[in-house]
Design a protein. Structure first.
Lengths: 320, 435
């Protein structure tokens, strides 16, 4: 026969526990929760939430060369930025850029995923080959593209190939007609990002049961029809996630644009995405934190709006 | 039920938490205190005590010429009244310095291209240097001093003067029977005539001169960026026609040349014979002399219709941060080096590439500027020097102008339309800094 004294931890009176013990939770659960999560939360608050809120605060002030401004201007900064033709054209630039790069990357990564998935020989090798560029720094890749492959001087890689074929060298990054710089930027971006989305699609493809393909084949579906009626619909959750990530990434494009097109503190007015423009206004010699923050808030709202609309269109989260 | 314990009577859990704590403490100490920045606590405590030397930090951008870093460290080490720590900043110096001035860990003394910006002055980030210049003010180049002046005060001490001017291959011009151009039309004609095969007539930068010679074209047509009262200075069809010249040269491929990854600030293409004429900086002359000996001449950018020939002049100015903990000591050091130490100034201006000393009385002491192309350049700068930008010309004005220039040169945009687009932006920002 057991006595209460043998199990004091589970049956002893609770009323004697101190406030500290209650806060720490049973078996100090709460304490350990904060020990593990605390550093991450502290970093999140200090480096993400505080700057966002401070930025929001700055956007309502006239803040030149200071992050502790005193002159309240209300919505003037927002109106100024929306009226600024350069800011509007940068928003237009990245809408066009996103409208092109998102479907292109989606299609290319899906195509690559299907091909890699079907390979019988050395499948792991091909997966790695396409995925490795993801580990490459955007800055390094941009500089290689700019200085070596697409260098405008006659010693650049592509220009030497053109010379061997008897053509004149092309100033890839200097001419605007035709706008070769888009080729440079898009190619470096696709090279860097293809592998990541390909892996997501491979994971999605491998979740499709082969019996569905067999059933479709029995019904007489050919390769293209199988793709259209079996693969695509069952890849919808993956597709939605991939497109959402691509859109957000496209709107945040900065590294490759800045490193490829900027020269000695200047940036040309074409192919200038909003983040690059805001960088020069606020963080460059402009030091205009009021307008820069207003622009950043406007950009955030646009991204949020597009993400919500895209989610609604593709019915994110709903069961099919 | 007791937890398992080791020899010290600690439970496993207690042992792990102590070990974790030691590791964390060790990791934090490994962060160390060598931030690379001057120890500000020492200068804070030693500020007012006599006999104790303050520590000042001095920032420079990464000069391209060899030996410059050792030279400035030598000058700093020679200063006895304080310990000066020189920091050599690679990368985008203007932006990192601007950002650091917002904090307490910025420099005490620092150089800034063409002096501090007007927003830095109005935001009280820099200190008035007029009394540091003192009587020597009249010995400095007037254009540069005017560039550094706002509200009747001078806000930086010029360190040395850089020039951008036209160089041309004597042999190529002689072979084509062309004399060195003295007007803009002659320059255009010469550039066209000298564009043969792979050789381009005129190299103005990878962007066809959009970023480099816009100012020269305006000054050559008799206009300035801003008038004396700050109003917009070039809303005129003649200015538009002058700017259009660059587009003509670009579309005819006369100026379409690339020196990737370098740009107009290097003379590699000129030395290699890829272009007959180039607009480049005085600092490239050692390389040009080495490569071409005396097969090159120097001329200012020629005058157009109604203006003057110009040599673009810029100067890094030594400024003192208002947030420095030792403003007076920093100002004293800047004065000592850039006003009093004339030997160091001549050394800095001439021993590492060609530059022009900021003090007029020192030009005679500069050996490199006494004969040959150095002398031609110094004479041209003296006769035709024009400051690169103006005090009221804010970075926003510069962005609007260079956007318009790029569109005019590369996309063939109508210059008058581009001027009409940039005018309200520029006027609004000038009004903001004046008012």
């Amino acid at each position: 026969m057991t006595t209460h004294a043998e199990h004091p931890a589970t049956t002893g009176p609770r009323v004697g526990r101190s406030l500290g013990a209650r806060l720490r939770g049973r078996q100090n659960q709460n304490l350990w929760f904060w020990v593990f999560v605390g550093p991450f939360v502290a970093g999140l608050v200090l480096f993400i939430y505080v700057p966002i809120l401070w930025s929001l605060y700055l956007s309502f002030f006239s803040a030149y060369n200071t992050v502790t401004p005193t002159e309240f201007v209300g919505l003037d900064n927002y109106i100024g930025m929306l009226k600024d033709p350069s800011f509007r054209s940068s928003l237009w630039t990245f809408i066009v850029f996103a409208a092109f790069i998102v479907p292109a990357t989606w299609a290319l990564s899906l195509g690559t995923a299907i091909m890699v998935n079907r390979t019988r020989v050395a499948q792991a090798f091909f997966r790695s080959v396409f995925f490795i560029p993801t580990a490459c720094s955007y800055v390094v890749a941009s500089l290689i593209w700019k200085m070596s492959i697409f260098s405008g001087s006659s010693t650049g890689m592509l220009n030497q190939a053109l010379k061997a074929m008897g053509s004149d060298p092309v100033l890839w990054l200097s001419v605007t007609d035709p706008p070769w710089y888009w080729l440079v930027i898009v190619s470096v971006r696709i090279w860097l990002q293809l592998g990541f989305y390909m892996i997501l699609f491979i994971a999605g493809l491998q979740r499709i049961s082969p019996t569905l393909y067999e059933a479709a084949a029995i019904d007489g579906a050919t390769g293209w029809q199988q793709f259209r009626y079996v693969t695509l619909p069952l890849l919808r959750p993956t597709s939605t996630a991939v497109i959402l990530l691509l859109i957000i990434n496209a709107f945040q494009a900065f590294d490759e644009f800045f490193n490829i097109l900027s020269t000695m503190g200047n940036y040309p007015p074409y192919a200038r995405p909003p983040l690059v423009y805001l960088y020069y206004i606020a963080l460059g010699s402009g030091q205009d934190f009021g307008n820069g923050s207003a622009g950043a808030v406007i950009l955030t709202l646009v991204i949020a709006l597009v993400a919500i609309v895209q989610g609604r269109i593709m019915r994110l989260g709903k069961e099919d | 039920m007791a937890h398992s314990t080791d020899a010290f009577g600690l439970s496993r859990r207690q042992l792990l938490s102590i070990g974790g704590g030691i590791t964390a403490a060790g990791a934090l100490t490994a962060c160390g205190s060598n931030t690379g920045r001057a120890d500000s606590s020492a200068s804070a405590s030693g500020g007012a005590t006599s006999g104790e030397k303050v520590t000042l930090s001095q920032w420079y951008h990464q000069y391209g010429e060899e030996g410059t870093q050792q030279a400035v460290e030598k000058y700093a080490a020679a200063y006895t009244k304080a310990t000066v720590k020189v920091e050599w900043k690679p990368g985008d110096y203007d932006k990192t310095t601007a950002a650091s001035l917002l904090t307490d860990t910025g420099p005490d003394v620092f150089e800034y291209g063409n002096g501090p910006t007007i927003d830095m002055i109005k935001g009280k980030q820099v200190v008035d240097m007029t009394d540091a210049l003192g009587d020597a003010k009249s010995d400095f180049n007037e254009q540069i001093i005017k560039r550094y002046t706002f509200d009747g005060k001078v806000w930086a001490i010029p360190q040395l003067i850089d020039c951008i001017l036209l160089v041309y291959r004597k042999s190529m011009l002689d072979a084509a029977g062309i004399k060195p151009p003295t007007t803009l039309d002659e320059l255009v004609a010469a550039a066209r005539a000298l564009t043969k095969g792979d050789v381009k007539g005129l190299y103005l930068g990878n962007d066809g001169g959009a970023g480099l010679v816009g100012g020269n074209l305006l000054w050559g047509a008799g206009f300035e960026f801003l008038k004396e009262d700050g109003s917009f200075g070039f809303d005129d069809p003649k200015a538009g026609a002058a700017l259009k010249t660059l587009n003509t040269l670009w579309t005819e491929k006369v100026t379409q040349m690339s020196q990737d990854p370098k740009d107009w600030w290097a003379a590699d293409g000129f030395i290699a014979g890829q272009c007959a004429m180039a607009m480049t900086g005085l600092w490239t002359f050692p390389d040009i002399i080495k490569g071409l000996k005396d097969d090159f001449g120097v001329i200012p950018w020629p005058a157009g219709d109604g203006g003057k020939a110009t040599v673009t002049m810029g100067a890094y100015g030594s400024c003192v941060s208002a947030r420095s903990k030792n403003v007076d000591a920093a100002k004293e050091f800047a004065k000592w080096l850039w006003v009093d130490q004339t030997d160091s100034q001549v050394d800095f201006a001439t021993a590492y590439g060609y530059h022009i000393p900021a003090r007029k009385s020192l030009i005679g002491k500069a050996k490199t500027l006494q004969d040959g192309p150095g002398k031609d350049a110094a004479d041209a700068a003296f006769a035709h020097g024009h400051a690169q930008t103006m005090m009221l010309w804010t970075p926003k004005c510069q962005t609007a102008f260079s956007d318009g220039m790029t569109r005019i040169v590369k996309e063939g945009a109508d210059p008058m339309k581009e001027i009409a687009t940039m005018k309200p932006v520029i006027e609004a920002d000038v009004k903001r800094v004046l008012g």
